[in-house]
Design a binder for this molecule. Structure first.
Ligand code: 45D
Length: 320
Protein backbone atom coordinates (compact mmCIF):
# COMPACT_ATOMS: atom_id res chain seq x y z
CA UNK A 1 0.00 0.00 0.00
CA UNK A 2 1.63 3.22 -1.10
CA UNK A 3 0.44 5.34 1.78
CA UNK A 4 2.29 7.39 4.30
CA UNK A 5 0.90 8.53 7.60
CA UNK A 6 0.97 12.03 6.21
CA UNK A 7 -1.20 11.17 3.25
CA UNK A 8 -3.50 9.12 5.47
CA UNK A 9 -4.04 12.12 7.72
CA UNK A 10 -5.86 13.89 4.94
CA UNK A 11 -8.51 11.25 4.17
CA UNK A 12 -12.00 12.71 4.33
CA UNK A 13 -10.32 16.06 4.86
CA UNK A 14 -13.18 17.87 3.18
CA UNK A 15 -15.51 16.74 5.94
CA UNK A 16 -13.24 18.13 8.65
CA UNK A 17 -14.52 21.46 9.91
CA UNK A 18 -12.04 23.37 12.09
CA UNK A 19 -12.76 22.82 15.76
CA UNK A 20 -13.31 25.85 18.01
CA UNK A 21 -11.32 24.18 20.78
CA UNK A 22 -7.76 25.29 19.89
CA UNK A 23 -8.97 28.87 19.46
CA UNK A 24 -10.66 28.76 22.87
CA UNK A 25 -7.54 27.36 24.51
CA UNK A 26 -5.46 30.09 22.86
CA UNK A 27 -7.73 32.71 24.43
CA UNK A 28 -7.43 30.97 27.78
CA UNK A 29 -3.62 30.99 27.47
CA UNK A 30 -3.64 34.77 27.28
CA UNK A 31 -5.26 35.18 30.70
CA UNK A 32 -3.23 36.04 33.77
CA UNK A 33 -2.58 33.12 36.08
CA UNK A 34 -5.21 34.19 38.62
CA UNK A 35 -7.73 34.67 35.87
CA UNK A 36 -6.94 31.19 34.58
CA UNK A 37 -7.61 29.64 37.97
CA UNK A 38 -10.78 31.68 38.40
CA UNK A 39 -12.01 30.83 34.93
CA UNK A 40 -11.53 27.11 35.46
CA UNK A 41 -13.37 27.41 38.75
CA UNK A 42 -16.33 29.03 37.01
CA UNK A 43 -16.39 26.60 34.13
CA UNK A 44 -16.02 23.63 36.39
CA UNK A 45 -18.43 24.59 39.14
CA UNK A 46 -21.00 26.79 37.45
CA UNK A 47 -21.66 25.06 34.18
CA UNK A 48 -23.44 22.09 35.61
CA UNK A 49 -21.27 19.43 34.06
CA UNK A 50 -20.60 17.34 37.06
CA UNK A 51 -17.90 14.77 37.30
CA UNK A 52 -19.31 11.39 38.28
CA UNK A 53 -17.62 10.82 41.62
CA UNK A 54 -17.74 7.07 41.00
CA UNK A 55 -15.06 7.69 38.40
CA UNK A 56 -12.62 8.93 40.97
CA UNK A 57 -11.88 5.67 42.75
CA UNK A 58 -9.69 5.75 45.83
CA UNK A 59 -7.06 3.82 43.92
CA UNK A 60 -6.81 6.50 41.30
CA UNK A 61 -5.80 9.12 43.83
CA UNK A 62 -2.94 7.11 45.27
CA UNK A 63 -0.56 8.63 42.76
CA UNK A 64 -1.64 12.15 43.66
CA UNK A 65 -2.12 11.47 47.38
CA UNK A 66 1.37 12.62 48.43
CA UNK A 67 1.06 15.97 46.73
CA UNK A 68 -2.48 16.46 48.03
CA UNK A 69 -1.33 15.72 51.60
CA UNK A 70 1.43 18.30 51.31
CA UNK A 71 -0.97 20.90 49.98
CA UNK A 72 -3.41 20.26 52.85
CA UNK A 73 -0.67 21.11 55.35
CA UNK A 74 0.13 24.50 53.78
CA UNK A 75 -1.28 27.87 54.78
CA UNK A 76 -3.98 29.18 52.44
CA UNK A 77 -1.67 31.72 50.74
CA UNK A 78 0.86 28.94 50.14
CA UNK A 79 -1.86 26.67 48.78
CA UNK A 80 -2.83 29.37 46.34
CA UNK A 81 0.82 29.74 45.36
CA UNK A 82 1.02 26.01 44.52
CA UNK A 83 -2.02 26.36 42.26
CA UNK A 84 -0.48 29.42 40.61
CA UNK A 85 2.78 27.54 40.07
CA UNK A 86 0.92 24.67 38.44
CA UNK A 87 -1.01 27.00 36.14
CA UNK A 88 2.21 28.93 35.35
CA UNK A 89 4.16 25.73 34.70
CA UNK A 90 6.75 27.03 37.16
CA UNK A 91 9.73 24.84 37.96
CA UNK A 92 8.92 23.92 41.57
CA UNK A 93 8.96 20.49 43.28
CA UNK A 94 5.14 20.36 43.38
CA UNK A 95 4.84 21.41 39.79
CA UNK A 96 7.40 18.79 38.78
CA UNK A 97 5.57 16.01 40.63
CA UNK A 98 2.43 17.04 38.84
CA UNK A 99 4.27 16.98 35.52
CA UNK A 100 4.90 13.27 36.02
CA UNK A 101 1.26 12.41 36.60
CA UNK A 102 -0.69 10.69 33.86
CA UNK A 103 -3.55 12.61 32.27
CA UNK A 104 -6.16 10.88 34.42
CA UNK A 105 -4.17 11.39 37.61
CA UNK A 106 -3.92 15.11 36.80
CA UNK A 107 -7.67 15.27 36.39
CA UNK A 108 -8.22 13.30 39.61
CA UNK A 109 -5.81 15.60 41.43
CA UNK A 110 -7.73 18.73 40.42
CA UNK A 111 -11.03 17.04 41.10
CA UNK A 112 -9.89 16.37 44.65
CA UNK A 113 -8.46 19.86 45.04
CA UNK A 114 -11.78 21.28 43.85
CA UNK A 115 -13.58 19.19 46.49
CA UNK A 116 -11.18 20.44 49.16
CA UNK A 117 -11.79 24.01 47.96
CA UNK A 118 -15.54 23.52 48.27
CA UNK A 119 -15.00 22.24 51.82
CA UNK A 120 -12.76 25.19 52.66
CA UNK A 121 -9.77 22.94 53.42
CA UNK A 122 -7.87 24.35 50.46
CA UNK A 123 -7.93 28.10 49.73
CA UNK A 124 -11.33 28.68 48.12
CA UNK A 125 -12.20 31.32 45.57
CA UNK A 126 -12.48 34.57 47.51
CA UNK A 127 -16.11 35.38 48.28
CA UNK A 128 -17.45 38.13 46.06
CA UNK A 129 -14.69 37.63 43.48
CA UNK A 130 -15.46 39.79 40.49
CA UNK A 131 -14.70 38.33 37.10
CA UNK A 132 -12.41 40.41 34.93
CA UNK A 133 -13.20 41.45 31.40
CA UNK A 134 -10.69 38.94 30.08
CA UNK A 135 -12.38 36.06 31.87
CA UNK A 136 -15.76 37.20 30.59
CA UNK A 137 -14.58 36.97 26.98
CA UNK A 138 -13.26 33.44 27.42
CA UNK A 139 -16.31 32.42 29.43
CA UNK A 140 -18.64 33.65 26.70
CA UNK A 141 -16.64 31.66 24.15
CA UNK A 142 -16.83 28.54 26.27
CA UNK A 143 -20.58 28.95 26.70
CA UNK A 144 -20.97 28.67 22.92
CA UNK A 145 -19.36 25.23 22.95
CA UNK A 146 -21.30 22.03 23.35
CA UNK A 147 -20.85 20.01 26.53
CA UNK A 148 -18.34 17.59 25.00
CA UNK A 149 -16.21 20.49 23.81
CA UNK A 150 -16.40 22.20 27.18
CA UNK A 151 -15.02 19.20 29.02
CA UNK A 152 -12.31 18.90 26.37
CA UNK A 153 -11.24 22.49 27.04
CA UNK A 154 -11.15 21.72 30.76
CA UNK A 155 -9.16 18.60 30.18
CA UNK A 156 -6.60 20.19 27.90
CA UNK A 157 -6.14 23.14 30.27
CA UNK A 158 -5.43 20.73 33.12
CA UNK A 159 -3.12 18.51 31.10
CA UNK A 160 -0.97 21.47 30.08
CA UNK A 161 -0.32 22.52 33.67
CA UNK A 162 2.71 21.70 35.77
CA UNK A 163 6.37 21.58 34.93
CA UNK A 164 7.78 18.91 32.70
CA UNK A 165 11.37 18.99 31.55
CA UNK A 166 11.07 16.15 29.09
CA UNK A 167 9.39 15.94 25.75
CA UNK A 168 7.85 12.59 26.70
CA UNK A 169 4.07 12.76 26.53
CA UNK A 170 2.59 12.22 29.97
CA UNK A 171 0.71 9.14 28.93
CA UNK A 172 4.04 7.55 28.12
CA UNK A 173 5.74 8.71 31.30
CA UNK A 174 3.69 6.60 33.69
CA UNK A 175 3.16 2.89 33.41
CA UNK A 176 0.90 2.04 36.34
CA UNK A 177 -2.56 3.40 35.84
CA UNK A 178 -5.51 2.71 38.11
CA UNK A 179 -8.64 1.21 36.66
CA UNK A 180 -11.68 3.17 35.72
CA UNK A 181 -15.08 1.80 36.55
CA UNK A 182 -17.72 2.05 33.88
CA UNK A 183 -20.80 3.99 34.92
CA UNK A 184 -22.95 1.94 32.56
CA UNK A 185 -22.14 -1.25 30.74
CA UNK A 186 -21.13 -0.44 27.17
CA UNK A 187 -23.02 -2.03 24.30
CA UNK A 188 -21.35 -5.34 23.44
CA UNK A 189 -22.53 -5.62 19.84
CA UNK A 190 -22.18 -2.70 17.55
CA UNK A 191 -24.15 -1.87 14.44
CA UNK A 192 -23.17 1.17 12.42
CA UNK A 193 -25.44 2.32 9.63
CA UNK A 194 -23.54 2.09 6.36
CA UNK A 195 -20.60 0.09 7.74
CA UNK A 196 -19.94 -3.62 7.32
CA UNK A 197 -16.12 -3.69 7.60
CA UNK A 198 -15.42 -6.26 10.34
CA UNK A 199 -12.19 -4.50 11.33
CA UNK A 200 -13.97 -1.26 12.10
CA UNK A 201 -16.75 -2.95 14.04
CA UNK A 202 -14.23 -5.09 15.94
CA UNK A 203 -12.18 -2.02 16.82
CA UNK A 204 -15.18 -0.22 18.28
CA UNK A 205 -16.36 -3.33 20.13
CA UNK A 206 -12.89 -3.95 21.56
CA UNK A 207 -12.75 -0.41 22.98
CA UNK A 208 -16.14 -0.89 24.60
CA UNK A 209 -14.71 -3.94 26.39
CA UNK A 210 -11.41 -2.24 27.28
CA UNK A 211 -9.86 -5.10 25.33
CA UNK A 212 -6.89 -3.16 24.03
CA UNK A 213 -5.03 -6.29 22.94
CA UNK A 214 -7.88 -7.10 20.58
CA UNK A 215 -7.89 -3.53 19.29
CA UNK A 216 -4.11 -3.55 18.75
CA UNK A 217 -4.25 -6.82 16.85
CA UNK A 218 -6.24 -5.00 14.16
CA UNK A 219 -3.41 -2.57 13.37
CA UNK A 220 -0.58 -3.08 10.90
CA UNK A 221 2.85 -3.18 12.63
CA UNK A 222 3.56 0.36 11.40
CA UNK A 223 -0.03 1.49 11.97
CA UNK A 224 -0.87 4.77 13.65
CA UNK A 225 -3.58 6.26 15.84
CA UNK A 226 -4.10 9.99 15.99
CA UNK A 227 -5.99 11.15 19.09
CA UNK A 228 -7.95 14.42 19.02
CA UNK A 229 -5.64 17.46 18.76
CA UNK A 230 -2.52 15.30 18.86
CA UNK A 231 0.13 13.96 16.55
CA UNK A 232 -0.21 10.34 15.42
CA UNK A 233 1.12 7.62 17.71
CA UNK A 234 2.99 5.15 15.55
CA UNK A 235 3.36 1.41 16.18
CA UNK A 236 1.51 -1.00 18.43
CA UNK A 237 3.62 -0.32 21.48
CA UNK A 238 2.91 3.39 21.51
CA UNK A 239 -0.75 2.90 20.68
CA UNK A 240 -1.14 0.22 23.36
CA UNK A 241 0.49 2.35 26.05
CA UNK A 242 -1.73 5.25 25.13
CA UNK A 243 -4.91 3.18 25.10
CA UNK A 244 -4.20 1.60 28.48
CA UNK A 245 -3.63 5.05 29.95
CA UNK A 246 -6.39 7.01 28.27
CA UNK A 247 -9.01 4.85 26.63
CA UNK A 248 -10.28 2.96 29.67
CA UNK A 249 -13.96 2.97 30.46
CA UNK A 250 -15.07 4.81 27.34
CA UNK A 251 -18.56 4.17 26.03
CA UNK A 252 -18.40 4.14 22.26
CA UNK A 253 -21.76 4.74 20.62
CA UNK A 254 -21.14 4.95 16.89
CA UNK A 255 -24.07 5.94 14.70
CA UNK A 256 -23.30 5.99 11.00
CA UNK A 257 -20.51 5.78 8.51
CA UNK A 258 -19.32 5.75 4.96
CA UNK A 259 -16.91 3.34 3.35
CA UNK A 260 -15.01 3.66 0.10
CA UNK A 261 -12.83 1.15 -1.69
CA UNK A 262 -9.69 2.50 -3.31
CA UNK A 263 -8.19 1.10 -6.55
CA UNK A 264 -5.47 -0.88 -4.74
CA UNK A 265 -8.00 -2.69 -2.54
CA UNK A 266 -7.51 -0.55 0.50
CA UNK A 267 -10.46 1.23 2.06
CA UNK A 268 -11.17 4.47 3.77
CA UNK A 269 -13.93 4.45 6.30
CA UNK A 270 -15.42 7.29 8.27
CA UNK A 271 -17.66 6.66 11.28
CA UNK A 272 -19.38 9.29 13.40
CA UNK A 273 -21.03 8.92 16.76
CA UNK A 274 -20.95 9.65 20.44
CA UNK A 275 -18.25 8.86 22.98
CA UNK A 276 -18.81 9.10 26.73
CA UNK A 277 -15.89 9.46 29.11
CA UNK A 278 -16.05 7.70 32.48
CA UNK A 279 -15.39 11.10 34.09
CA UNK A 280 -18.81 12.40 33.16
CA UNK A 281 -20.59 9.15 32.38
CA UNK A 282 -23.83 9.43 30.48
CA UNK A 283 -24.11 13.14 31.41
CA UNK A 284 -21.87 14.28 28.57
CA UNK A 285 -21.69 12.88 25.07
CA UNK A 286 -18.85 13.92 22.80
CA UNK A 287 -19.47 14.13 19.05
CA UNK A 288 -16.63 12.19 17.50
CA UNK A 289 -15.51 10.91 14.14
CA UNK A 290 -13.12 8.09 13.32
CA UNK A 291 -11.33 8.17 9.97
CA UNK A 292 -9.83 4.77 9.17
CA UNK A 293 -7.48 3.79 6.39
CA UNK A 294 -7.52 -0.01 6.05
CA UNK A 295 -4.96 -1.87 3.97
CA UNK A 296 -6.14 -4.46 1.39
CA UNK A 297 -5.89 -7.16 4.09
CA UNK A 298 -8.29 -5.18 6.24
CA UNK A 299 -5.79 -4.05 8.86
CA UNK A 300 -5.73 -0.54 10.28
CA UNK A 301 -2.89 1.50 8.83
CA UNK A 302 -4.26 4.72 10.25
CA UNK A 303 -7.13 5.93 12.36
CA UNK A 304 -7.74 9.54 13.38
CA UNK A 305 -10.14 10.36 16.18
CA UNK A 306 -11.51 13.87 15.88
CA UNK A 307 -13.80 15.91 18.03
CA UNK A 308 -16.47 17.31 15.77
CA UNK A 309 -17.02 21.04 15.51
CA UNK A 310 -20.79 20.68 15.89
CA UNK A 311 -23.46 17.96 16.11
CA UNK A 312 -24.35 18.65 12.46
CA UNK A 313 -20.97 17.17 11.56
CA UNK A 314 -22.26 13.79 12.70
CA UNK A 315 -24.13 13.67 9.41
CA UNK A 316 -21.30 15.02 7.32
CA UNK A 317 -20.38 11.84 5.46
CA UNK A 318 -19.14 12.89 2.07
CA UNK A 319 -16.47 10.81 0.38
CA UNK A 320 -12.85 11.84 -0.37
O1 45D B 1 -7.14 25.40 37.97
O2 45D B 1 -11.15 5.38 19.44
C1 45D B 1 -10.58 23.87 39.72
C2 45D B 1 -9.16 7.64 22.28
C3 45D B 1 -10.17 25.35 39.84
C4 45D B 1 -8.72 6.20 21.96
C5 45D B 1 -9.81 23.12 38.66
C6 45D B 1 -10.62 7.87 21.98
C7 45D B 1 -8.78 25.67 39.61
C8 45D B 1 -9.15 5.72 20.65
C9 45D B 1 -12.05 23.90 39.40
C10 45D B 1 -10.39 23.18 41.05
C11 45D B 1 -8.83 7.83 23.75
C12 45D B 1 -8.32 8.62 21.47
C13 45D B 1 -8.67 23.66 38.08
C14 45D B 1 -11.27 7.05 21.07
C15 45D B 1 -8.14 24.93 38.51
C16 45D B 1 -10.58 6.02 20.35
C17 45D B 1 -10.29 21.76 38.35
C18 45D B 1 -11.28 9.13 22.43
C19 45D B 1 -7.92 22.96 37.01
C20 45D B 1 -12.69 7.24 20.75
C21 45D B 1 -10.73 21.35 37.17
C22 45D B 1 -11.58 9.47 23.68
C23 45D B 1 -11.20 19.99 36.93
C24 45D B 1 -12.03 10.79 24.06
C25 45D B 1 -11.42 19.07 38.09
C26 45D B 1 -12.47 11.76 23.03
C27 45D B 1 -11.43 19.60 35.65
C28 45D B 1 -12.00 11.12 25.39
C29 45D B 1 -11.82 18.27 35.25
C30 45D B 1 -12.26 12.41 25.93
C31 45D B 1 -12.00 17.97 33.94
C32 45D B 1 -12.30 12.62 27.28
C33 45D B 1 -12.27 16.65 33.42
C34 45D B 1 -12.47 13.92 27.92
C35 45D B 1 -12.32 16.49 32.05
C36 45D B 1 -12.49 13.98 29.29
C37 45D B 1 -12.46 15.51 34.35
C38 45D B 1 -12.60 15.13 27.09
C39 45D B 1 -12.44 15.23 31.36
C40 45D B 1 -12.53 15.20 30.03
Amino acid sequence: MGYTIESAQSIFSNTQVPSPIPATLALFEQLSVDDKLALLWYVYTEMGRSVTPAAVGAARLQFAEGLLQEIRKLSQPDQLQVMRDLANRADTPASRSYGFFSVNTKLAFWYELGELMKQGIVAPMPAGYKISKGIQVVLDTIKQLDAGQQITVLRNAVVDMGFSSTAIPTSAATSAEPLFQRAEPAPAKIAVEGITEPTVLSYLEALNKDDFEAALALFTPDGALQPPFQKPLIGKEAIGRYMRAEAQGLNILPQQGISESLPDGSKQVKVTGIVQTPWFGVNVGMNISWRFLLNPQGNIFFVAIDMLASPQELLSLRPV
